[in-house]
Design a protein around this ligand. Structure first.
Ligand code: NDP
Length: 238
């Protein structure tokens, strides 16, 4: 059955690849990010692209209501929008920590809040939260980013237990290094250069389509099968 799929952070990288993958399966889409043009440029049929900042809970609710009026109830919400601002804990600007916490954690909770009550009432639905390997282990200069991604694992698992008897599926996808614009927002040039050297040392990283395929796999299971967590990374990543 074709159901409305909502994808946050669909203007770039993993979210854009997910939009293409779910569109290829024939689902109608609501694409959310601050920049609308790159989402419209994907040229996907049956899709609505709306400029929403995921830290704005009311804007997210309004966009979802608009899409539901057009395409029917949300079958799957993918909370993918995120930023990674790396820095050493003693020197990093705390404003960068707030920004990450707001987008990577509050943004995910805002998305869940917008759809969960209705999914529970309908006794069906899937929420996929994009975490990271940095949500399972720590790395130098990642303190606040890791904190946000460990939080995504925790809240997903917590809510999964809360809604299991309502037949709502909660899924965490935790990718390792993926070739996207994510690193570009880090302001510390030395850390950025070190990260790029690490990518080269591994001989490259995985493509966003690999993560998109994992999301499609989880979603396409029968509703009584919940793929709780998928961890995927470059084979050479430690
Ligand atoms: P990109 O930087 O390519 O994409 C990030 C997306 O998030 C963009 O579409 C951006 O859209 C959106 N976004 C950022 N801030 C906001 C906001 N306030 N409101 C709405 N949308 C926002 O990175 P990736 O594709 O790599 O990142 C996607 C997710 O994958 C993130 O959660 C990231 O942490 C996670 N991840 C990535 C890995 C990697 O190596 N690339 C590894 C592990 C996890 P816009 O700027 O238009 O608002």
């Amino acid at each position: 059955m074709k159901q409305l799929i909502v994808i946050t952070g669909a203007s770039s990288g993993i979210g854009a690849a997910m939009a293409q993958a779910f569109s290829a399966k024939g689902h109608p889409l609501l694409l959310l990010a601050r920049r609308v043009e790159p989402m419209q440029a994907l040229g996907l049929e049956n899709s609505l692209a709306i400029s929403v900042d995921v830290t704005d809970a009311e804007a997210m609710k309004a966009a979802i209501a608009e899409a539901e009026a057009k395409f029917g109830p949300v079958g799957c919400l993918i909370n993918n929008a995120g930023v990674m601002l790396l820095g050493a804990a003693d020197v990093q600007d705390p404003a960068e920590w707030s920004r990450m916490l707001n987008i990577n954690v509050m943004g995910v909770l805002n998305g869940i809040h917008a759809v969960l009550a209705d999914m529970k009432a309908r006794k069906t639905g899937t929420i996929i939260n994009v975490s990271s390997i940095a949500g399972r282990k720590t790395f130098p200069n990642h303190a606040a980013y890791c904190a946000t991604k460990f939080a995504v694992h925790a809240l997903t698992e917590n809510i999964r237990e809360e809604v299991a008897m309502d037949d709502v599926r909660m899924v965490t996808i935790a990718p390792g290094a993926v070739e996207t614009a994510l690193l570009s927002h880090t302001t510390n040039e030395e850390i950025k250069a070190g990260y790029n050297e690490w990518k080269e040392f591994m001989g490259g990283v995985i493509e966003p389509t690999a993560v998109a395929d994992a999301a499609v796999f989880a979603f396409e299971q029968p509703q009584n099968v919940c793929v709780r967590e998928i961890v995927l990374a470059p084979t050479r990543q430690q």
